[in-house]
Design a protein around this ligand. Structure first.
Ligand code: ZN
Length: 177
């Protein structure tokens, strides 16, 4: 593990690492903002709701690096430690499966995740719903509705860890197109 004596260094190192790994990716939304805005938004949402566990915030910043870039869990563990890597691993889909199966498994697995992974996942879904409303991707309205409905089913299995985050998700859900 890299030397992260100062916990803020762990978080900032993760931000730099994720920004570099996602450097060629853009969000699907109309404004096609750099991808890194999304994991930063997820971590900021957690922090705004009082989550101050630096390893959870670090995992939030890294949460899409293994699923969406050429990054391995081993690499995350070597650099950011076993706990951060464990959380990232829990929120990473198995990309060898079909998309429909991955989406089904998210619903099925949600209730069995650790508290840390549940917090990251609920913030992730909240951020995604916000983005669909604030900068709509070029999707038919049915596809947007399907995404909201699926997110609601996933989050049903994540609730109960943090009242404020549950409420933030519900507020985002209420914006369903
Ligand atoms: Zn995400």
């Amino acid at each position: 593990m890299q030397n992260h004596d100062n916990p803020l260094h762990l978080l900032l190192d993760a931000a730099q690492f994720a920004a570099d790994r996602h450097r060629d990716q853009r969000r699907k939304g109309a404004d096609a903002t750099p991808y890194i805005n999304h994991p930063l938004d997820v971590a900021a949402l957690l922090a705004r709701h009082g989550v101050d566990d630096i390893e959870i915030l670090t995992a939030a910043v890294l949460h899409d690096t293994v699923e969406d870039t050429e990054t391995s869990i081993e690499e995350i563990e070597a650099r950011f430690g076993v706990r951060v890597a464990g959380i990232v691993s829990e929120v990473t889909d198995d990309k060898s499966l079909e998309k429909a199966e991955r989406k089904r498994l998210q619903v099925e697995h949600a209730p069995h995740k650790s508290r840390e992974a549940k917090l990251v996942k609920i913030a992730d879904k909240t951020s995604n719903l916000h983005d669909i409303v604030a900068a709509p991707p070029d999707w038919p309205v049915e596809r947007k509705r399907d995404y909201f409905d699926w997110a609601e089913r996933v989050v049903a299995g994540l609730r109960g860890q943090h009242e404020g985050l549950d409420a933030a998700f519900d507020a985002a859900l209420a914006q369903r197109p």
